[in-house]
Design a protein around this ligand. Structure first.
Ligand code: C2E
Ligand code: MG
Ligand code: MG
Length: 585
């Protein structure tokens, strides 16, 4: 039932509503109403006693014989539970009507009738008051439903934020959160001119337990080690699980020898840890790498994490169950990761056409057809191997080379569409944009120009942006999105749910698609929390008129479940891996 529907309420329903007559003792009004077909008529003589009789009342017909009548109006109006009950005041006054009306409305009356009261007036006024009550009830119910809905979303959002920062299995911080804390620690080191340390801990026996005892035992081991480490490090720093059996501890304001001591303490603690599974007992050990964060160095959070990881790897190769400090002079390991190593390679790749695009199909579930391809970049290395963007995109971002890459990708992806055979003229391409590209006003000009020279329709281009890229400069991003959408291009919010404020960004960015982050999809079939979150994301996206895409669809049961939930598009290895060019089927 909606507000306008209240006009269609049958008369007999209105006639069964409860009318309370207050004050006055003449039976005349009651008779009129009874003859008008109203059946639930109750009366109270004393206006002061009326509040005791207000439960379930739909309309009050009130004789304004003395000031207590006005007091009753004020009481009803001032009370949250009664405020919705309309009051029709019957004025006994023979004086100035304007004054009486003014006083009555000021006190909270809904309507007023003057003597002589006639059925022809009274019945329609009571009917309107009843309709008003029904509308007010409806509005209140809707408001409550809305509040409930908002509360549910707030709970989900809080859960999302928690998940965004915590590892679900162990409750420790996750990698994303650790990286943020590391970034803050780097700033802190420069600001306070102190040293901090990152310890990287890898369990040596995890794989054995996991392989021989199964995943459940593996999970149990991780949870117990996490608890065990947490108890020993609570007052030292922030502990995170950053991948399956890798933990990291960030300790701020600490000297190198102390950091090594903590590493040694953790190593010894894990060495004393035995994991029981059935009749077997496993002796657990750890390799630990330590990277110092110092004001003399300009390493980024990602580099520090890589340094600690390399030191940990060195500890492993030197016989495990040991602590190893990262030394910048260990060039052999370092050069593989550094900007100095990658930057010239990226420049060379740009200059000598060593970038390639691979294309991954996106399935329109309702049509059962591939309608889009996501363009993903690769770099050809000296052996002709295709390198993943994971190894060069972040360097390119730091070295200011990403815009050039993005522009190359945009141009090449549009050219790819243009060169497709005619029977593929319906296909669309998804292009990933970095934060920097979004800040560069010449992107719009480039897109416009390429669309014009190739004749490719703008609806065939969907740009993918992430929340992190969008918040880098929200106003500028929104302008860019609006400009490109005005050309006819579409937008998708990528990796949705992985960030902190996904829902609020969704509301404020005019995107057409929402790509649910793959981490919510990979375990979907077995994880009830993921199921709830994914359902809610789909529901919210649809409420906002946006289509949903699920990435990382790796098997048929996942696709079936997503279909049930009403996801619009699916992408993932199950439907097709990224390939150079288009595979004809
Ligand atoms: P993304 O945009 O979220 O792309 C999806 C990534 O998931 C791709 O990794 C894809 O190969 C991978 N993937 C697809 N299906 C599955 C699956 O079923 N399971 C799993 N585990 N993974 C799957 P890729 O190509 O390594 O790209 C990684 C990220 O690098 C992209 O994430 C995107 O953020 C960025 N990237 C890729 N190409 C470009 C580009 O041309 N420009 C910019 N600025 N960024 C790019
Ligand atoms: Mg993408
Ligand atoms: Mg994605």
């Amino acid at each position: 039932m909606d507000v306008t529907a209240s006009e269609n309420i049958p008369l007999h329903d209105l006639q069964r509503r409860v009318i309370l007559l207050v004050g006055g003792d003449d039976a005349c009004v009651k008779d009129m109403l009874a003859r008008g077909g109203f059946t639930q008529l109750y009366s109270v003589t004393d206006a002061a006693a009326a509040p005791h009789h207000l439960v379930n009342v739909d309309v009050i017909v009130l004789y304004a014989s003395d000031p207590s009548a006005y007091q009753l109006c004020r009481t009803v109006h001032g009370n949250e539970a009664w405020r919705r009950i309309p009051i029709i005041l019957l004025s006994t006054c023979a004086g100035d009507h304007d004054d009486v009306m003014h006083a009555a409305y000021a006190a909270g009356a809904t309507d007023i009738l003057f003597r002589p009261i006639e059925a022809a007036q009274l019945i329609p006024r009571v009917t309107s008051a009843l309709l008003l009550k029904i509308e007010r009830d409806l509005n209140q119910r809707r408001e409550r439903e809305l509040q409930d809905e908002l509360a549910t979303h707030r709970v989900l959002e809080a859960r999302l934020q928690y998940l965004a920062a915590h590892d679900e299995l162990t409750g420790l911080y996750n990698r994303r959160r650790l990286e943020q804390l590391l970034e803050l620690a780097v700033i802190g080191v420069h600001h306070h001119q102190h040293h901090s340390a990152l310890l990287y801990l890898d369990l040596d026996q995890f794989k054995i337990v996991n392989d021989t005892e199964g995943h459940r035992a593996g999970d149990r081991l991780l949870v117990s080690v996490a608890d065990y480490l947490k108890r020993r490090t609570d007052d030292l720093g922030a502990l995170a699980r950053i991948s399956s059996d890798d933990f990291a501890l960030l300790v701020e304001n600490i000297a190198e020898e102390k950091a090594l001591e903590i590493g040694e303490m953790l190593r010894a603690a894990v060495d004393a840890f035995y994991f029981e599974s059935g009749k077997k007992s496993y002796h657990i050990r750890a390799s630990i790498g330590v990277a110092m964060i110092t004001p003399q160095e300009d390493s980024t959070a990602a580099e520090i994490l890589a340094h600690a990881d390399q030191a940990c790897y060195a500890a492993k190769t030197q016989g495990r169950n040991r602590v190893q400090m990262f030394r910048p002079s260990d060039k052999a390991v370092r050069s593989v990761q550094s900007d100095v190593y990658w930057a010239p390679l990226i420049r060379d790749a740009l200059e000598h056409q060593k970038f390639r695009l691979v294309f991954q199909p996106v399935l329109d579930i309702a049509m059962g057809k591939i309608t889009h391809y996501e363009a993903l970049i690769r770099m050809v290395d000296e052996d002709g191997q295709l390198l993943s963007p994971a190894v060069f995109i972040s360097v390119a971002e730091r070295m200011g080379l990403i815009q050039e890459i993005d522009f190359w990708v945009v141009g090449s992806a549009i050219d790819w569409l243009h060169e497709l055979p005619r029977h593929h003229a319906h296909l669309a391409v998804n292009i990933n944009l970095s934060a920097q590209a979004l800040q560069n006003p010449s992107l719009t000009a480039l897109v416009k120009d390429r669309l014009r020279t190739t004749g490719v329709r703008p609806e065939r281009i969907t740009f993918e942006i992430t929340e992190t890229a969008a918040i880098a400069n929200f106003t500028q991003t929104r302008k860019m999105v609006n400009d490109l959408r005005a050309l006819g291009c579409r937008f998708a919010l990528d990796d949705f749910g992985a960030g902190f404020n996904s829902y609020s960004y969704l509301k404020h960015l005019p995107v057409d698609y929402l790509k649910i982050d793959g981490t919510f999809i990979t375990h979907l079939v077995h994880d009830p929390v993921d199921q709830t979150l994914v359902k809610s994301m789909i529901e919210i996206a649809h409420t906002l008129g946006k289509k949903t895409v699920a990435e990382f669809v790796e098997d048929a049961p996942t696709l079936d479940l997503l279909k049930q939930y009403g996801v619009d598009y699916a992408q993932g290895y199950y439907l097709g891996k990224p390939q150079l060019g288009l595979v004809e089927n």
